[in-house]
Design a protein around this ligand. Structure first.
Ligand code: FAD
Length: 463
C-alpha cells in the first residue's frame, strides 16, 4: 500500500508529536510513523500492577519555556500539577535532601569532607588545571573532593566511562552548577525564592500523559499516527522522500526524523559517505534496564526519588511514580518503584534474568539503608538507547554524521536522539516548534533552522 503526506514525522516521542500537532494546525497533511505500540517514546507511561509508571524518573522542569508550558496547560488543564520536589541523594554514606540545601549539607556531611570541599572552593580561582575532559573540568571547577565524592562515580555509572574519557562538553551540558560558588548560589537562591527551584510539573496520569495529550490534539488537528510501524528504509529524492515502514510505502514532501541519528544513517539510501558511516559506528548510546518492583505494603516512602551516585550499586536512581502526583487513581494498597540501571546492550546487566535483577535491586536497597520491598512481582523494561555517550572526541564524529544528515534533501533531524543530545522533554518540544516554524511552502528555511540549531547547542540538561 502507498500513502502520501505533506510531512512525514518519524517517531512519536514528544518531539515528533509536538511537530505533528504544530504542522497539522498549519493545515499540513501529517503522518507520524512509530515503531512502538504506544506514543511517548522515552517519555511515555504504561501500567505495572495497575499503577501508571514512567521510563525512570521524569518531571517537567520549571525551565520549560512559557509558550510550551502554556500549550501543555491548555492541553492538560488541572491534570498538570505543580509539585514540590522531595528527593534524597546518597552522599558520603548519608542521605541528604536533593536538590541540595546549604544548612542541611553543613549539618549532615562529615566535617573533614566539608572542610576539604570548603578549602578547595576557596582555592578554586587559583586552580590552573586542564579542562579537556569531564573529569578535568569538574576537578578544576568543583575541586577534587566534591568531584570524587559525587560526580566521578555517578558519571562512570551513567555513561560507562571514567571521567577522563568523557568529553568536557558533557560537564557543560549536564552540570549546571560547575563551580562551588555557582553550586552555593544555586542552593541559596532556591532558599530565597521560597522553593521556586524545588517545584516541577507532572501530569496526574503519569509523565506519558503529556505525549498522549499531544497525540490526541495532533489527531484532532488532522494528523495520522501509525503505531507499530517501524521505519525500515528512507529514500530521499529531489521531489519527495520515499519511506518504507512495516512493509508499507509512504511519500512526502518533507520528512522530520526524531530517530537516533546513527539508525537514520543505516536506513537511508543512498547511505552516507565512508567517513560518516564510520562516525555512526563509533557514536555510542548507553542502554538502561528498568526494574519495577511492586510494593504490596502501600507507599514505600514519602520521597519521589532517591539518587544513588556511589559505586556501591549499579542502580543510579529509584523513583516512586505515585509520589510524583496527587491522583485518586493510584491505589492505597500498593505502590511501584522504578530502579534505573544504566548498562550496555549485551552486557551482564542487560542479559540478567528477572530473579537476578530482583536480587540486584534488593541489594541496592540494603546497601543504602532503604526499606526493603516485600514484593514478589517484578517487571523489567530494557531500553537500548537512553544516553548518548560523549566520549572524548565524539564531537568530530557527530559533526561528520550531522553534516551528512544536513545535506539530505527534504529531511530534517531533531529530538533527543536525532541530535545525539541529552536533552529534556521541553528541549525536544522546542526543537519541534522551531522545525515547524522554519517550514516554508518550498521547503525548510535553512537559515532559520541553522539559527535554531545554534540555540539548541546552548541547552543545559535539568535533573
Ligand atoms: C531515565 C531518563 C529520565 C529522564 N528524565 C527526564 C526528566 O525528568 N525531564 C525531562 O524533561 N526529560 C527527561 N528525560 C528525557 C526525555 O525522556 C526525552 O527528552 C524525550 O523523551 C525526548 O523525546 P524525543 O521525541 O526526542 O525522543 P524519544 O522519546 O526517544 O522518541 C523517539 C521515538 O522514535 C521511535 N522510533 C525509534 N526507531 C524507530 C523506527 N525505526 N521507526 C519508527 N519509530 C522509531 C521510538 O520508539 C520513540 O517513540 C529522561 C530520559 C531518560 C532516559
Amino acid at each position: 500500500m502507498t500513502s502520501s503526506a505533506d510531512l512525514l514525522v518519524l517517531g512519536a516521542g514528544p518531539a515528533g508529536l509536538a511537530a505533528a500537532w504544530r504542522a497539522s494546525r498549519r493545515g499540513l497533511a501529517v503522518t507520524v510513523l512509530e515503531r512502538a505500540p504506544a506514543v511517548g517514546g522515552l517519555a511515555g507511561s504504561f501500567e505495572v500492577a495497575g499503577v501508571r509508571v514512567d521510563h525512570g524518573s521524569h518531571r517537567l522542569h520549571p525551565a520549560t519555556p512559557p509558550t510550551i508550558l502554556a500549550d501543555l496547560r491548555g492541553l492538560l488543564g488541572d491534570d498538570l500539577q505543580t509539585r514540590r520536589r522531595s528527593g534524597r541523594l546518597r552522599l558520603a554514606g548519608r542521605w541528604v535532601d536533593f536538590p541540595l540545601r546549604a544548612g542541611e549539607l553543613a549539618g549532615t556531611l562529615p566535617a573533614p569532607l566539608l572542610a576539604r570541599v570548603a578549602a578547595e572552593a576557596v582555592a578554586q580561582p587559583l586552580r590552573r588545571a586542564r579542562t579537556d575532559s569531564y573529569a578535568a573540568t569538574l576537578r578544576r571547577g568543583l575541586g577534587p573532593t566534591l568531584y570524587e565524592a559525587l560526580y566521578a562515580p555517578y558519571a562512570e555509572k551513567l555513561w560507562g566511562l571514567p571521567g577522563d574519557r568523557i568529553s568536557a562538553e558533557q560537564a557543560r551540558r549536564r552540570v549546571t552548577a560547575d563551580t562551588p560558588w555557582k553550586l552555593a548560589s544555586r542552593v541559596l537562591r532556591i532558599r530565597r525564592n521560597r522553593g521556586q527551584g524545588r517545584v516541577f510539573y507532572y501530569p496526574r496520569r503519569g509523565y506519558g500523559q503529556i505525549s498522549e495529550a499531544l497525540a490526541d490534539t495532533a489527531v484532532a488537528a488532522g494528523a495520522r499516527i501509525a503505531l507499530g510501524t517501524a521505519v525500515e528504509e528512507v529514500h530521499p529524492g529531489p521531489e519527495s522522500v520515499r519511506v518504507v515502514a512495516a512493509g508499507e510505502e509512504f511519500h512526502a514532501g518533507q520528512v522530520f526524523s526524531t530517530l537516533p541519528l546513527p539508525a537514520l544513517a543505516a536506513m537511508t539510501n543512498p547511505g552516507p559517505p565512508a567517513a560518516a558511516v564510520e562516525a555512526a559506528r563509533q557514536l555510542r548510546f548507553r542502554a538502561m534496564v528498568l526494574v519495577y518492583l511492586v510494593c504490596r505494603d502501600g507507599r514505600w516512602t514519602t520521597y519521589d526519588a532517591h539518587y544513588l551516585p556511589g559505586p556501591e550499586t549499579p542502580v543510579t536512581r529509584i523513583s516512586e511514580p505515585a509520589n510524583y502526583r496527587d491522583s485518586a487513581d493510584d491505589p492505597d494498597d500498593r505502590s511501584v518503584l522504578c530502579l534505573e540501571i544504566p548498562c550496555d546492550v549485551g552486557d551482564e546487566v542487560w542479559r540478567a534474568d528477572d530473579a537476578t535483577l530482583r536480587e540486584l535491586a534488593d541489594e541496592a536497597l540494603a546497601i543504602t539503608g532503604l526499606p526493603p520491598v516485600r514484593a514478589v512481582e517484578v517487571a523489567v523494561r530494557r531500553l537500548p538507547r537512553v544516553y548518548p555517550v560523549y566520549e572524548v572526541g565524539f564531537e568530530r564524529r557527530l559533526d561528520d554524521l550531522d553534516r551528512w544528515a544536513a545535506s539530505l534533501p527534504r529531511i530534517t533531524t531533531f529530538g533527543r536522539l536525532g541530535l545525539f543530545a541529552h536533552d529534556n522533554t521541553h528541549h525536544a518540544m522546542v526543537m519541534a516548534y522551531d522545525a515547524v516554524d522554519a517550514l516554508r511552502p518550498d521547503g525548510l528555511d535553512r537559515t532559520a533552522w541553522a539559527a535554531a540549531r545554534s540555540r539548541f547547542a546552548a541547552h543545559v540538561v535539568e535533573d
